[in-house]
Design a protein around this ligand. Structure first.
Ligand SMILES: Nc1ncnc2c1ncn2[C@@H]1O[C@H](COP(=O)(O)OP(=O)(O)O)[C@@H](O)[C@H]1O
Ligand SMILES: [Mg+2]
Length: 394
């Protein structure tokens, strides 16, 4: 992200949007209020045959910002993206772009009039055309003007103009994806839809391509929606993450909020590793095998499931919470350590409620030092930060 004091984005329908920036602003600020909505989806439904694939989706995307729609395969992500692009029509609900309805009970604007770019999972370049001809496909320009514009677009996606003469099969997977993006950018869309464009690339290339694409779109001020089933990709790419599950958006929020305060247990477990413990909640303190853990604005009391992220659990000699190493998995930079916890401590003056959980779970934490954790070693543990509670499931 920019290191300048302010980040000025030029929206094509709206005047420049001035917002504070900085390394943390993207992660921590849930900024739905500082830019006008570019896309607004209201109670959209879609059925294929007897199956309702989208079951009432509501989503707003601010002008010039980046949203990731993340969810398991088959949850309806591509279906939603195709409705936004105008490749198919919703059965119910409304879609508006820049304040104007493009799909609704009495309204239909076809795809080519929506100023929307679409990059599919496989890039879908025309194999028999050169890179240049692929990019120029939708351009209203011909001859030298077209060649110049193709060169500019290649530069935008960090590729040399000489690539224009190549055929798609002479490019790497990452280069093909960038050409597909250049082709989509050629029409100067105001909204870019990316349907798992990086998933066919291997890990290193995926990160580099994602960064290059993200930077290109940000510099062009294009509002972007990225669909992915990769949690880490969603959290790192977007200003706003929308979690899709079974045809509905289970949660919408900043990457920080959806990761640290997931709305339900399934979202917690989908977005990353989660330590789930039995706990007894009184006020905003959850008693569990790791001691008393503060909980932010709990909606339930009594017997609950407490969720912590593994990185919140630290080894600390100053703690009284004990655990014993069961075994470890070595991953190079970090080791996953399985730890048997002791049951929940009971205060002698306050007899245990018969429904109170007993704890004593085996949990997974991470540690950089593989040598530290031989099986059988006793460790002292402390928890940093708050926990999140969910209704009791056992
Ligand atoms: N054109 C179609 N006809 C029938 N069923 C479809 C069609 N498109 C998608 N589906 C079904 O809708 C569900 C959601 O698909 P999709 O939106 O592609 O999910 P995702 O992109 O999240 O993997 C799947 O069960 C899929 O089989
Ligand atoms: Mg899909």
């Amino acid at each position: 992200m920019t290191t300048q004091p302010h980040d000025i984005r030029q929206g094509s329908r709206h005047s420049a949007v001035l917002r504070p920036a900085g390394p943390s602003s993207r992660t921590f600020v849930h900024d739905s209020s500082d830019a006008p909505d570019h896309l607004e989806i209201t109670d959209v439904r879609k059925r294929y045959g007897g199956t309702e694939v989208l079951k009432g989706v509501d989503l707003s995307v601010a002008q010039g910002r980046t949203t990731a729609i993340v969810g398991p395969s088959g949850s309806g992500k591509t279906t939603l993206l195709r409705l936004i692009a105008g490749f198919s029509a919703p059965d119910a609900g409304r879609i508006a772009l820049g304040g104007a309805e493009v799909a609704g009970p009495e309204k239909w604007v076809p795809a080519h009039k929506r100023s929307v770019g679409y990059v599919a999972q496989d890039g879908a370049l025309f194999p028999h055309l050169s890179v240049g001809a692929n990019i120029a496909f939708g351009l209203p320009l011909r001859g030298k003007a077209a060649a110049r514009r193709v060169g500019e677009l290649l530069e935008m996606v960090s590729m040399d103009a000489s690539y224009a003469k190549r055929r798609p099969h002479q490019l790497s997977g990452g280069q093909q994806q960038r050409v597909a993006l250049a082709r989509a950018l050629a029409r100067q869309p105001e909204l870019m839809l990316l349907d798992e464009p990086f998933s066919a690339l291997d890990a290193g290339l995926r990160v580099a391509t994602r960064r290059a694409v993200s930077k290109t779109l940000e510099q062009a001020g294009v509002t972007t929606i990225l669909v992915t089933h990769d949690q880490a990709e969603a959290l790192s790419f977007a200003d706003q993450v929308a979690v899709m599950r079974d045809g509905k958006l289970a949660q919408i929020g900043s990457p920080f909020v959806v990761y640290t305060r997931p709305a339900d247990r399934a979202t917690a477990e989908f977005l990353g590793d989660a330590v789930i413990l039995e706990a007894w909640l009184e006020g905003s303190l959850a008693l569990c095998s790791l001691g008393g853990i503060p909980v932010r604005m709990p909606k339930v009391q009594g017997k609950v499931n407490l969720m912590l992220r593994p990185e919140q659990i630290r080894i600390s000699s100053g703690s009284s919470i004990r655990g014993r190493v069961v075994d470890t998995d070595y991953f190079g930079p970090e080791t996953t350590v399985r730890i048997q916890l002791e049951p929940i401590l009971v205060d002698a003056e306050h007899p245990r409620d018969p429904h109170q959980p007993v704890g004593g779970e085996v949990i997974n934490i991470r540690h950089w030092n593989a040598m530290l954790a031989r099986p059988g070693t006793e460790l002292f543990l402390k928890v940093v930060g708050e926990g999140v509670v969910f209704p009791w499931q056992g």
